[in-house]
Write a protein that binds this ligand. Structure first.
Ligand SMILES: Nc1nc2c(ncn2[C@@H]2O[C@H](COP(=O)(O)OP(=O)(O)O)[C@@H](O)[C@H]2O)c(=O)[nH]1
Ligand SMILES: [Mg+2]
Length: 410
């Protein structure tokens, strides 16, 4: 089974720590051979949502994770992540490498807006003294850039589009708009929601004002590419006050303090067997303190004190989890073949886990595994309760499910 197709985009201006965040998030301790989800190319990698593995909940001693990893009772579920090169002011007008970078965002499902919470980078990405620049302004400018970019795509040849739509007398405005915007990873459900929230659903396209279009695009951005604010460089003392201000200012958007550099150091140290640390942990233990040189000790002490003790974690894993599980509203479901042993047809225990949007029905889930399973779906069995459920059963987080379909019968 394929790794999920969710794509997380890392955006922000230059020098805020995007690449460091990307490296930290894609660094994985265990050797992964022959799996489709290690590094894809320099700017496209794989990161992991971390959740307690369902084998623990079921009281099993272990599982045979295959499309994901299971380490010490935690399941690491792969999602794709993209490091988009730096955004400069007026990128939407083509400044810098502007539109080319923004075009990279087309495919992203959720955006991690990395800002320098220490205020040590100017709008052009030039390093300055910490506290010189205001990350609140940085966030507003970046969101502004992203919305302007989206607006320019949506409004391109708008009049022509509207005339065309009216001449064929369409009733399904949402469908038509979704078709027009499919290149931006925007689905019809996104358009429907944005039309509903802006109350433009019943207004004729030809009578939309420019303001209507602006508010529609702004809402569409919120539903189709939710943003999380990654307040990076939380290890720098100047960041503390700025993080408070960011949280106060952007109440509807998650603001997550991170120290990407600390996460990268910790993951590398764990990989080199210097420490014991798992992504998301609130601490680490040194394997053999007598082997640490002074520099290593200083760095690890600083991370423990300035980051882990102060913020609870480096924040990197928290960002990935929140992006996928909260902003994108995904749940995990485990397909199995044998509802008593929780195995697949090869006898592997809980090999696969699939991320699906909350609200997915049993039949939609079947389609996701294989279109034949969806087409010839008969019913499903909840392997935990052993109950039979119908096609419209809405899957719950950590359900273990067997699909019964004529296509699956031998
Ligand atoms: N103090 C601190 N510096 C960081 C952190 N993350 C990245 N940096 C530094 O910020 C600079 C820019 O990082 P980079 O990842 O290349 O930024 P990008 O241009 O946004 O990709 C580098 O000197 C990094 O070492 C962090 O969490 N804390
Ligand atoms: Mg970079």
């Amino acid at each position: 089974m394929e790794a999920s197709n969710i794509l997380v985009g890392v955006v922000g201006k230059t020098n805020v720590g995007k690449s460091t965040f990307f490296s930290a998030a894609t660094e994985i301790e265990v050797q992964i051979d022959n799996r489709p989800f290690t590094t894809i190319d320099p700017n496209l990698g794989v990161t992991y949502v971390k959740k307690k593995c369902v084998h623990v909940k079921l009281g099993l001693l272990k599982c045979d994770a295959s499309n994901s990893l299971c380490i010490e009772g935690f399941r690491y579920i792969p999602v794709k992540i993209m490091d988009v090169a730096g955004l400069v002011p007026d990128a939407h007008k083509g400044r810098g490498l502007g539109n080319q970078f923004l075009d990279n965002l087309r495919r992203a499902d959720v955006l991690l807006l990395v800002v320098d919470a220490s205020g040590a980078t100017d709008p052009e990405g030039v390093p300055v003294r910490p506290g010189s620049f205001d990350p609140v302004e940085e966030v507003m400018a970046m969101i502004g850039e992203i919305e302007e970019w989206m607006f320019s795509i949506v409004s391109k040849d708008w009049d022509k589009f509207v005339r065309g739509a009216e001449s064929i007398g369409v009733s399904d405005i949402a469908g038509l708009l979704a078709q027009r915007l499919s290149g931006l990873s925007i689905r019809k459900s996104h358009v429907v929601l944005a039309l509903e929230r802006t109350e433009l659903g019943n207004k004729k396209l030809s009578s939309w004002t420019k303001e209507d279009l602006k508010s529609f695009v702004s809402e569409l951005r919120r539903v189709s590419k939710p943003i999380l604010i990654v307040a990076n460089k939380s290890d720098v003392p100047e960041a503390e006050d700025n993080i408070k201000r960011l949280k106060n200012k952007f109440k509807e958007v998650p603001v997550i303090p991170t120290s990407a550099i600390s996460e990268l150091v910790l993951r590398k140290a764990a990989k080199a067997n210097i420490i014991k640390y798992r992504p998301g942990d609130d601490g680490f233990t040194v394997n053999d303190p007598s082997k640490l040189d002074r520099r290593q000790k200083t760095i690890l002490d600083a991370i423990a004190k300035r980051v882990l003790k102060k913020w609870g974690s480096t924040g990197v894993q928290d960002v990935i989890n929140k992006a996928v599980l909260e902003a994108l509203n995904m749940i995990s479901v485990y397909p199995v073949d044998d509802v008593n042993k929780f195995t697949d047809s090869k006898g592997r225990v809980l090999p696969d886990v699939v991320l699906i949007p909350k609200g997915t029905s049993a039949r939609e889930f079947a389609y996701k595994i294989h279109s034949d399973l969806g087409k010839t779906f008969l019913y499903a069995i909840n392997a935990i309760t052993k109950q039979r459920v119908g096609e419209s059963y809405i899957l719950k987080d950590d359900d273990v499910i067997k699909i019964i379909a004529t296509a699956g019968r031998k």
